[in-house]
Write a protein that binds this ligand. Structure first.
Ligand code: KE4
Length: 444
C-alpha cells in the first residue's frame, strides 16, 4: 500500500482554510473515499505526490494536458512570456494569432472571444444566445455539465452528480425556471419541449459527446435531428466542447459527427494547462458581443499573452500525426481493458471516443443515458479506483468522469495500465466470491 501520510496531514491543514480542503469539489475523493492525494510535480505521463509516490496520470488535469506534464514546447513558450510580460490588459498580436488558429481548426467558428474558463465560456454563450434571439429559455440535458453557472446547475453531471446533488443551493427559482431539462439521446424529449415552448427557446446546449456522467456517446442521428429542430425553430444550437474540443479530433466532436452548431464553447486543451476558455461561432451572432454589439462580456485577463502562448503552442502541435498516435495509445488501453473484463467475467463495460474513456461497472452492454449511468455500481468503482491508485495508476476519483490519455503515455505505461486494470478487476472478482461465499454460509 502506498504511504500517503503527508497527504493526510496536508488535507487536514487545507480543510482549515479551504472549503472541503480543495479548490474544486470533485478533487475531494468524496465518492471514492479516503484522503485526496496532494501532488508535488509532474513530467510527461507521470505525476508524483508529496509522499514521493509516482503515478501514471490518466486524468491529465481533467483534459488540458494532451501532451502530458511540462511539455518542452509549451514550457518554452510560457518562459518567453515570463520575460516579456504576462498580461497588459490591452490587445496583443498573439490573441489574433490564436483566434485565427481556432477559426482554422473548428468548423463552426468564424469569430471567437477568449475568456478564462469553460464556465465563463458557457455562461457567455447562453447570454449571447438570449441576446441574439431575444428569447429566455435554455434547454440542457440531464447529466451534462457546463460549469457552475447558475443556469446550468440543474441535474448537472460531473462533481454535482458525483456528490449525489445534481442541483445546488443558491440557484433561485427565477433562474431555474428558464432552464428546461431534456433527456440525453432522446430526441422525443426535445420534440415535446419544442412543441410546448418553441418560440421561447433561445438555445439548446449540449455536450456532443458527454463526458460528465462518464463517457456517453451521442447516438448517430440524435445530433443531426437536434440540429434540424433548432434550425426549424430559430433556436441556437450550442456545442459545449470544453472537454471534446481539440481532444477527440482537431475540429472536435462537430468534426467527428459533421454537425455544425451555431456556437461552440471551448476550454481545457485550448490553454495548454493554463486557465483559458473561449466561445465562438457564426459572424452574425458573434458580432452581437460587446463592444461590437449589445451583449456585454469582459475579463481582466482574457487573452493574456502567458496563457495564449501556452494555448497556441499546444494547438500548433495538434496535427494529424498527433491524433493518430493518441488513437493508437487509447485503443490499446481500451482493448486491454475489454480483454480483462471478458477473461474475468466482470460486470463492466468500456466507452471510449478518442483519448476519452470510462469503465462503467454495470450489467448493461452500453451506457446511453443519464439513467443508465446512474444505475452503475459506484461502490465497485470506488474499490476499483483505490486498487488502481495503489498500483500507481491515477484515474478520475468518480464514476461520472472520464479518463483522458496524453501523448506522453508510452508502451511501458500502456502495459502497466492494462496489467493494473487486470489486477484491480481480479481483486474485485475475489471480493465478490468472498461475499458470495459468506452470504451462502450465513444462509445455511
Ligand atoms: P471549467 O470552468 O472547469 O474550466 O469548465 C467547466 C466545464 C464546462 N463544460 C464541460 C463539458 C466541462 O467538462 C467543464 C468542466 N469539466 C470538469 C470535469 N468534469 C472540470 C473538473 C472540475 O470541475 O474540477
Amino acid at each position: 500500500m502506498n504511504k500517503i501520510l503527508n497527504s493526510v496531514s496536508a488535507y487536514k491543514e487545507a480543510k482549515k482554510v479551504i472549503p472541503g480542503g480543495v479548490n474544486s469539489p470533485v478533487r475531494a475523493f468524496k465518492s471514492v473515499g479516503g484522503t485526496p492525494i496532494f501532488f508535488d510535480r509532474g513530467k510527461g505521463s507521470k505525476i508524483t505526490d508529496i509522499d514521493n509516490n509516482v503515478y501514471i496520470d490518466c486524468v491529465s488535469s481533467w483534459g488540458p494536458l494532451i501532451f502530458g506534464h511540462c511539455d518542452s514546447n509549451v514550457s518554452s513558450e510560457i518562459s518567453k512570456a515570463i520575460k516579456t510580460g504576462t498580461t497588459f490588459g490591452a490587445p496583443t498580436l498573439i490573441e489574433t494569432k490564436i483566434a485565427n488558429k481556432i477559426v482554422d481548426m473548428v468548423p463552426s467558428i468564424d469569430k471567437v472571444r477568449m475568456v478564462n474558463s469553460g464556465t465563463e465560456a458557457t455562461m457567455s454563450a447562453i447570454r449571447l444566445a438570449r441576446g441574439f434571439t431575444k428569447r429566455s429559455l435554455i434547454v440542457k440535458f440531464e447529466g451534462n455539465y457546463h460549469g457552475h453557472g447558475d443556469s446550468f446547475l440543474i441535474k448537472a453531471g460531473s462533481g454535482a452528480m458525483t456528490l449525489g446533488k445534481p442541483d445546488s443551493l443558491g440557484i433561485t427559482e427565477n433562474i431555474a425556471k428558464d432552464t428546461i431539462l431534456a433527456a440525453f439521446n432522446d430526441i422525443n424529449s426535445i420534440k415535446k419541449i419544442f412543441e410546448k415552448h418553441h418560440k421561447n427557446i433561445a438555445a439548446v446546449i449540449i455536450e456532443p459527446i458527454a463526458g460528465n456522467m462518464g463517457l456517453v456517446k451521442s447516438c448517430s442521428k440524435f445530433l443531426t435531428e437536434l440540429r434540424e429542430i433548432c434550425s426549424k425553430n430559430n433556436s441556437l444550437l450550442i456545442f459545449d466542447e470544453v472537454m471534446t474540443g481539440f481532444r477527440v479530433s482537431k475540429g472536435g466532436a462537430q468534426e467527428l459527427y459533421n454537425v455544425i452548431p451555431d456556437l461552440t464553447t471551448l476550454g481545457k486543451v485550448i490553454g495548454g494547462g493554463l486557465p483559458v476558455g473561449a466561445y465562438g461561432g457564426k459572424k452574425e451572432i458573434m458580432d452581437y458581443v460587446a463592444p461590437q454589439g449589445p451583449v456585454y462580456q469582459a475579463g481582466t485577463l482574457s487573452g493574456n499573452p502567458l496563457a495564449m502562448r501556452a494555448g497556441l503552442a499546444t494547438l500548433n502541435l495538434l496535427n494529424n500525426q498527433a491524433f493518430e498516435k493518441l488513437e493508437k495509445i487509447s485503443s490499446k488501453i481500451e482493448k486491454g481493458f475489454l480483454n480483462s473484463i471478458k477473461k474475468l467475467g466482470i460486470d463492466a463495460t468500456v466507452c471510449r471516443v478518442g483519448s476519452m474513456m470510462t469503465i462503467f461497472f454495470t450489467k448493461q452492454n452500453e451506457i446511453k443515458s443519464y439513467h443508465d449511468a446512474k444505475d452503475c455500481n459506484t461502490d465497485v468503482y470506488s474499490r476499483y479506483f483505490n486498487y488502481m491508485l495503489n498500483f500507481g495508476i491515477y484515474i478520475p476519483p468518480s464514476q461520472y468522469e472520464c479518463m483522458f490519455f496524453s501523448l506522453a503515455i508510452n508502451q511501458e505505461d500502456i502495459d502497466k495500465i492494462i496489467n493494473s486494470n487486470f489486477k484491480a478487476l481480479q481483486k474485485i472478482k475475489d471480493e465478490e466470491y468472498i461475499n458470495w461465499y459468506n452470504t451462502r454460509k450465513i444462509s445455511q
